[in-house]
Design a protein around this ligand. Sequence first.
Ligand SMILES: *[C@@H]1O[C@H](CO)[C@@H](O)[C@H](O)[C@H]1NC(C)=O
Ligand SMILES: *[C@@H]1O[C@H](CO)[C@@H](O)[C@H](O)[C@H]1NC(C)=O
Ligand SMILES: *[C@@H]1O[C@H](CO)[C@@H](O)[C@H](O)[C@H]1NC(C)=O
Ligand SMILES: *[C@@H]1O[C@H](CO)[C@@H](O)[C@H](O)[C@H]1NC(C)=O
Ligand SMILES: *[C@@H]1O[C@H](CO)[C@@H](O)[C@H](O)[C@H]1NC(C)=O
Length: 460
Amino acid sequence: MMESKAFTRRKGFYVRMKLFPHKNFRAQEKSFFIKYYKWVLWVSLSLYFFTSYYISHNHKPQETTAPIPKTHLSNSKSTFPSRALIESSSSTFLHQVQQNQGLLKEVKVFVYDLPPKYNVEWLSNERCSNHLFASEVAIHRALLNSDYRTFDPLEADFFFVPVYVSCNFSTINGFPAIGHARSLIASAVAHISSHYSFWNRTNGSDHVFVASHDFASCFHTMEDVAIADGVPSFLKNSIILQTFGVNYKHPCQDVEHVVIPPYISPDSIQDTLEKSPVTGRRDVFAFFRGKMEVNPKNVSGRFYSKKVRTMIWRKFNGDRRFYLQRHRFAGYQSEIVRSVFCLCPLGWAPWSPRLVESVALGCVPVIIADGIRLPFPSAVNWPEISITVPEKDIGKLGTILDHVAASNLTTIQKNLWDPRNRRALLFHNQVQEGDATWQVIRALSEKLDRSYKRSRVLNQ
Ligand SMILES: *[C@@H]1O[C@H](CO)[C@@H](O)[C@H](O)[C@H]1NC(C)=O
Ligand SMILES: *[C@@H]1O[C@H](CO)[C@@H](O)[C@H](O)[C@H]1NC(C)=O
Ligand SMILES: *[C@@H]1O[C@H](CO)[C@@H](O)[C@H](O)[C@H]1NC(C)=O
Ligand SMILES: *[C@@H]1O[C@H](CO)[C@@H](O)[C@H](O)[C@H]1NC(C)=O
Ligand SMILES: *[C@@H]1O[C@H](CO)[C@@H](O)[C@H](O)[C@H]1NC(C)=O
């Protein structure tokens, strides 16, 4: 894929810049030469991006096989951002990456080596590392392989505690059963606090956990129970990486935390994009596939998706602009990449894997989840790349999307198709500059006041 090749290049240039022999130059000559070097770098990168963009866009998209009835197809032509825009934003990105690298490379994370029952034993089920809550696995793997890892706990700013709690799949409905989550994590904390001295010296405040399930650090799928249970007391001082986030006070985010994206396999995205690039033809106007109960169940006074999905189904099923599907289809990514707008309504929790898939596949996310707080706002400019529709306005969805299509759709797509967005929301086995694990490290670098090591250095 275009970005991964670009990364190799960037690394190469970066290393060469650092190795450049300065010694024999006077300061002035040195800065002149560095400027000149940057210029060469800039031109070669621009050329590189120009050619790779050109090549990737001459690549003819293959026909997708998903049968989509003609009535749902839109007449609107897809638009393309100018090459100049893509080139310049990529070059600017290079500079940002280099600046950030300086800051980030000092962050050191110690990864506890826990007994296998806390993590790798769960991997015997292959789904464990691929389902939407698998960031708990992905971040662990990426850290193990990364330059941010330190094997010396005395050198560490942060301590990562790798516990996979979302891999116990129910045999009845196939969803993860997380009833054991609290006790599994409590047991891991008991293990590290008795085998190592680092938990006790800060009471866990420089320790990092992943809570990727619906209501995150409350570890329950139903909001009322989650709220009643709250964040386990033994985690209260720690840093939690969680998918759940709202912009109002909520007991399940009453802990130091970072909002992270749900896990989508980067390989699946790459496969889909190879068949059909983000800038390809989009003949479906508005798309949603997923659970949409016609007669939603009342579970202790709560309705799935606060009935939003039911309303979408009732109001827009049969509307020729909308392609709505209620059944599972393994090839649904090929539908996203053909769509202009992708609906991302809340489920039990406000967040949805569709947010990541829409951005990664270039379909404008239509976020219908009041108060949602989205991942990595410093890397992904959400208001510029998505549409937000209040839950109460769901009936006006058609009019709203028509209005956007007639006014600023081109601008939104241009913003959305910037590859930085895609990169920031995907986890890879090896940390890549700007990817989701990298964003986690960046977020941690803003919490260095919790680092025991740093506080010692400052007080000396
Ligand atoms: C997996 O989940 C089931 C259902 O919640 C539970 O009974 C079982 O103890 C869990 N397994 C483990 C190993 O925690
Ligand atoms: C940490 O504190 C707990 C309880 O306060 C204690 O049981 C444990 O032995 C301590 N760990 C170490 C390594 O001293
Ligand atoms: C550690 O933090 C927990 C949760 O806030 C608290 O209950 C406990 O008293 C703290 N222990 C110490 C030794 O500070
Ligand atoms: C949903 O169920 C609760 C009790 O569990 C009940 O009080 C409430 O009236 C029900 N709501 C509707 C709309 O049926
Ligand atoms: C596009 O227009 C809608 C109103 O129709 C507005 O809410 C949104 O902020 C605009 N987005 C951008 C990126 O201009």
